[in-house]
Design a protein around this ligand. Structure first.
Ligand code: GDP
Length: 373
């Protein structure tokens, strides 16, 4: 109905419908002050807008479901991580009841070497021991299956959804935080690529005003992914000002997603962490309830060192999800499990390379299957 040609009656109907179905847009786009020929365009936008808003609410699920078919990509990305855990297979192949205590010790050792962390490794092995002693696990393959189930449980039990939570109104704002060199900028490029594939209109905010080249680097990702970008207006611009300007533009111009980059900072630097708190506040002032997600990028190769980082960032800005990068390199997959187990915050994506497509939505079962094929 809203896409009818711009007759007087159709534009009146369009106006009424627009006000009814999405009054915010009708007001936002100044419906009443527009010329008749513009009203239909607004009406069309309004209809498309309300459809998109529903779509935005489901986008996290859509992206995750599509990724399940990319399991092969995950497998090849994790080849090195898997090598570290191959010893588990060997141990369980030769498992027998009389040797079970020794084998469990070695299994715990193997998990520790793979960065599962002492608490998490002990928890997993204790559970297996209990089931072996109770006679519920009687063979190597059964123990392996139970090991996998235990890990999936640790990754899913205490956390909310691993899907992106984008809310139901546009734009959804994602704030990306982390230390220097972890992969924030690259991850924003990869995220924009994923969103663009779903027909989503993305605006980037070059909030890393500390490092001169950071904005330019993000600009290249914007070009590669067909995204728009808000750059700092002056050298040494306040990051909070850049982010708030971007969010306002996102609202005014009907963007679906605003991806906010922030400067890399050490979690131990009080002033910089306070600045980050200010960035989040500025985003919330520009758009109530934003940001929808605060995603902490963690470099998988740092192993258990990521734990204090994660704790501190979470305390300062309330992290809603992790993105673990560089799992294609020398990273050991266990760190994914220990960080979720320790902080009860979900991993939402994993980075498995430097290319545009090397970002996988995190799915606990696929991940565990990739670690223990
Ligand atoms: P930032 O300082 O946090 O913005 O980090 P960058 O995005 O500039 O990334 C730092 C380096 O890590 C760059 O060389 C990236 O190409 C690389 N990088 C980022 N993500 C991944 C990943 O998942 N795998 C690999 N192998 N390299 C990555």
């Amino acid at each position: 109905m809203l896409s009818l040609p711009g007759t007087a009656s159709s534009s009146v109907v369009a106006k009424q419908e627009c006000l009814r179905s999405c009054p915010v847009n009708a007001v936002r786009f100044g419906f009443t002050s527009l010329k008749p020929q513009q009203r239909v365009a607004v009406g069309v936008r309004c209809e498309a807008g309300s459809q998109k808003v529903g779509f935005l609410g489901r986008l996290g699920r859509v992206i995750k479901e599509k990724a399940k078919s990319d399991i092969q990509l995950l497998f090849s990305g994790f080849s090195k991580t898997r090598e570290n855990l191959a010893v588990v297979d060997e141990l369980l192949t030769y498992w027998n009841l009389d040797e079970s205590e020794n084998i469990l010790d070695e299994l715990e050792e193997a998990l520790l070497v793979s960065d599962f962390g002492p608490k998490t490794a002990m928890k997993i092995v204790d559970n297996l021991r209990k089931d072996i002693l109770a006679g519920r696990l009687k063979s190597g393959p059964q123990i392996k299956e139970s090991l996998k189930k235990n890990i999936v449980k640790l990754l899913t039990e205490k956390v909310s959804s691993t899907e992106l939570q984008l809310g139901t109104s546009r734009p959804a704002v994602l704030m990306i935080v982390g230390v220097n060199g972890g992969g924030k900028t690259t991850t924003i490029g990869k995220l924009a690529n994923r969103f663009n594939k779903e027909g989503v209109k993305v605006l980037m905010a070059a909030g890393d005003t500390f490092r001169a080249a950071a904005g330019e680097q993000l600009e290249v990702w914007a070009q590669r992914t067909g995204s728009e970008i808000v750059m700092p207006e002056a050298a040494k611009a306040r990051p909070a000002a850049v982010l708030s300007q971007a969010v306002r533009r996102g609202v005014d111009e009907g963007f679906d997603i605003v991806l906010c980059d922030t400067s890399g900072r050490l979690h131990t630097n009080y002033n910089l962490m306070e600045e980050l708190r200010g960035c989040k506040r500025a985003i919330g002032k520009a758009l109530p309830n934003a940001p929808n997600e605060v995603l902490l990028v963690l470099d998988g190769t740092t192993g258990l060192n990521m734990l204090p980082q994660a704790r501190e960032f979470n305390q300062v800005v309330g992290v809603t999800g992790f993105i673990l990068t560089k799992l294609d390199g020398t990273a050991r997959g266990g760190c994914v499990v220990s960080v979720v187990d320790e902080l009860s915050i979900p991993v939402k994506f994993v980075g498995i390379g430097e290319g545009l497509n090397d970002l996988q939505p995190f799915d606990a079962e696929s991940f565990v299957n990739a670690l223990f094929p």
